[in-house]
Design a protein around this ligand. Structure first.
Ligand SMILES: N[C@@H](CCC(=O)N[C@@H](CS)C(=O)NCC(=O)O)C(=O)O
Length: 202
């Protein structure tokens, strides 16, 4: 689905974020809502050689993997008027051109009573994406994250800010995949720092 096709006949648009967009949307929007989408699970299975890694050491960022029994929590942002074109142009560069994500239309379920679901655009990196890294253990993913950095900063910042978002904003949601990687990274960082110190002493 091309971004410009998304706009056809619309005067407002919802964008669902589930990775860096939840803590760094970096585009103007009218309002945001916390909620979830069905049929997808969030996984650190997408490689990134721009924002949180480089060609030699690609980082790991999240994407959505189809799973009928799963749902993924995040934040949806409503953009209106000129915000729509500005937002899609910005996200096309950030997510698609630099990140390898494609756009899909999903149903977003805002959290709270009497909230009706709304169509939302989501950026997903499918397994067909050349940067797709696929499954790995929390320890393997954490070991990769703690040594990578890119044009937007350290990969571990990306991990910790997403974990912080979920802990603060969705405290009742258990995201074992995310929190197991966070725990592994926080265990490995002191070991990494100690090994660097021992190397620098030599
Ligand atoms: N599309 C997901 C993931 C977005 C994401 O993490 N995209 C990366 C591109 S690889 C990004 O924009 N990173 C910016 C950053 O890491 O600061 C979302 O809706 O949040």
């Amino acid at each position: 689905m091309k971004p410009q096709d998304i706009l056809l006949g619309k005067n407002s648009l919802w964008i669902f974020g589930y990775g860096s967009l939840v803590w760094k949307p970096d585009f103007k929007y009218k309002k945001s809502k916390v909620g979830y989408i069905r049929g997808y699970k969030r996984r650190f299975w997408h490689g990134d050689n721009f924002h949180r890694g480089d060609d030699e050491m690609p980082g790991r960022v999240v994407t959505l993997i189809e799973d009928d029994d799963a749902c993924t929590w995040g934040t949806a942002f409503e953009v209106i008027g000129t915000q729509m074109e500005e937002c899609l142009k910005y996200l096309n560069m950030r997510e698609s051109v630099r990140g390898g994500y494609i756009t899909k239309l999903v149903e977003f379920f805002p959290h709270g009573q009497n909230q009706l679901p709304v169509p939302a655009v989501v950026y997903i990196a499918t397994p067909e994406n050349p940067m797709y890294l696929g499954p790995a253990s929390p320890e393997e993913i954490a070991a990769q994250i703690i040594v990578c950095k890119g044009n937007s900063g350290h990969n571990i910042e990306y991990l910790l800010r997403l974990a912080e978002f979920m802990r603060i904003t969705c405290p009742d949601v258990e995201d074992t995949h995310l929190f197991s990687i966070e725990a592994a990274a926080l265990t490995l960082v002191p070991i990494l720092l100690a090994s660097k110190k021992s190397v620098s002493v030599l």
